[in-house]
Design a binder for this molecule. Structure first.
Ligand code: SF4
Length: 209
C-alpha cells in the first residue's frame, strides 16, 4: 500500500471511531447526569464500564469497516491495473499491426520499383540491339552461319576459310557491301534488314575500291 493510501486509511479509521464514540458517550453522559444521592458512584462506574464495552465494539466495527474499505480499494486497484494492462496490450497489438502493414506496403513498393527497373533495363537492351533502325545480326543466324559470318574478322574459321578475314585484312568496313550506320555497325545487302559489325566478316566479302 502506498504512503498516501495508508494516510487515507488511518483517517477513515479515526473518523469511524470518533463517530461511534460520540454516538455512545453522549447518551451515557446523559444517564450519569440524571443520577443522584449514594447511588451516583455505582451508576457512574456502571456507565463507564458500559461505555468501555461499547467503545470496544465500536472499535471492532470500525476496524471491520476499514478492512472492508481496504479490500474494496484493493479490488478497484486490481481492476484498474488489469484494465490498464489490457489497454496497453491492445495498444501494442495495434502498433504491431501498423508496423506489419507498413512493412508489407514497403515491400510492395520495393517490388514495384524492381519490376519497373527490370522493364526499363529490358527496354534499354532492346534498344541497344537495334543499330540505326536495324537489329544486330546474330552469329547464330542460319544465313550468317552458312556464310561463316563473325563479328570479329580475327575469329574467322581458318579450317574453312584459310587465309581469309583478318589474315588478309578483310573486314566489313573495307567491304564494298558495307554501309556504315552508327557505333561501328552498318548495313549489308547480304544480310538485308540486319546490322553487321564493321570488324566483322563473311565469305561474301568483296574488297571496296
Ligand atoms: Fe561484311 Fe561484306 Fe560480308 Fe557484308 S558481305 S557481311 S559487309 S564482309
Amino acid at each position: 500500500m502506498r504512503k498516501d493510501e495508508q494516510s487515507t486509511d488511518e483517517t477513515r479509521r479515526k473518523l469511524v471511531k470518533a463517530a461511534a464514540g460520540t454516538a455512545i458517550v453522549l447518551p451515557l453522559s446523559g444517564l450519569v447526569a440524571c443520577g443522584g444521592g449514594d447511588d451516583t458512584s455505582d451508576t457512574e462506574s456502571a456507565a463507564a464500564s458500559a461505555a468501555d464495552s461499547v467503545s470496544d465494539v465500536a472499535n471492532d466495527v470500525a476496524d471491520t469497516v476499514a478492512d472492508a474499505a481496504d479490500d474494496a480499494a484493493d479490488a478497484v486497484g486490481d481492476m484498474a491495473d488489469d484494465a490498464a494492462d489490457a489497454v496497453s496490450d491492445m495498444a501494442d497489438d495495434a502498433a504491431g499491426a501498423i508496423d506489419d502493414a507498413a512493412d508489407t506496403a514497403s515491400d510492395m513498393v520495393d517490388d514495384a520499383k524492381d519490376k519497373a527497373a527490370g522493364m526499363v533495363d529490358d527496354a534499354k537492351d532492346a534498344v541497344g540491339d537495334v543499330i540505326g533502325g536495324l537489329p544486330k545480326l546474330e552469329e547464330s543466324d542460319p544465313v550468317a552461319q552458312a556464310l561463316g559470318y563473325v563479328h570479329d574478322a580475327s575469329k574467322v574459321d581458318q579450317a574453312k576459310y584459310s587465309g581469309r578475314g583478318a589474315e588478309a585484312n578483310e573486314a566489313c568496313k573495307n567491304c564494298a557491301l558495307y554501309v556504315a550506320r552508327e557505333g561501328g555497325w552498318g548495313a549489308c545487302s547480304i544480310f538485308a534488314g540486319k546490322a553487321v559489325n564493321e570488324n566483322g566478316w563473311c565469305a561474301s566479302y568483296n574488297r571496296a575500291g
